[in-house]
Ligand binder design. Sequence first.
Ligand code: SF4
Length: 335
Amino acid sequence: MHATSILGDNVGLLDVIDLVKYFPIRKGVFGRIVGYVRAVDHVTFSIGENETFALVGESGSGKTTTAKCILGLLKPTSGKIVFMGKNIVELKGSEAKWYRRNVQAVFQNPFLSLNPRMKVEDIVAEPLKVHNKDLPKDEVKKIVYDVLERVGLTKALAKRYPYDLSGGQAQRVAIARAIVLKPKLVVLDEPTSALDVSVQAQILNLLVDLKNELKLSYLMISHDLSVVRYISDWVAVMYLGKIVELAPTEELFEKPLHPYTQALLSAVPEPDPKIMKSKKRIVLPGEPPSAINPPPGCRLHPRCPYAKDKCRVEEPKLIEYERNHWVACHLYTRR
Ligand code: SF4
């Protein structure tokens, strides 16, 4: 990502510009709109070629809704999602098909995302058949078997059904299906959180290898900061529908600026017990407020230990506090 492209002229592989997604709340027999859930509220970021960009935050932060808008599963209320120069919100026909081919997804629970009535080889072949109708059968088979081998699955598994697979094997099938069309961007929605810890590392290593080999870009959606640190180049932290901090991964982990990011990182376990013991846990009081009626000013102010009068009335803007390090908090002013 080019940080200047957050609000400037540079174009990434995918630019999300001022994205808004509100869900109307209806009441009464006539379905009158009485309010909105402000799930995603003016979010802007950019993903470059061969980069992994992570969106992190608690549930309800808006990260999954953002991903669904990018995947075309939800229509944005406003804003643009620009992929290779084209606003995908406006794409139709062959251009929409071109986009679906180039942007694939791997979801949290592979057993829910794989058709239980299809064999593994048919699951992986399906996107090829949809997008390359004229491809000969033996060519399809060759591609499918090559991809299965690439994700670490044997030929014997190709004839099985999803219920006959382990969680790790099923997620490898989901990854094979996602890469079989050689996409440019893969959305990874908590791809390891439903797996055993022993399998998580194998899947993460596979994703890293595939990224390098196929020059993929990833949008990673996760609440697991250890996973994010391992796999991502950039991290954006979301709170109640807003990005509150955005930086290169190591910069964010070494020097978190926003009080919410500091609290999130303080809860990440350390492998070294000595470091873990000396680590000070920051616990923000209360729960995140409702996205139906978010607090005025800074949305964190009811829970923030540093809140001052200004925080209660004025919403902080996302500013580039240091080169490539963006934060939305009144504790920081542009240098
Ligand atoms: Fe805390 Fe104020 Fe910064 Fe919000 S703007 S995070 S309330 S200090």
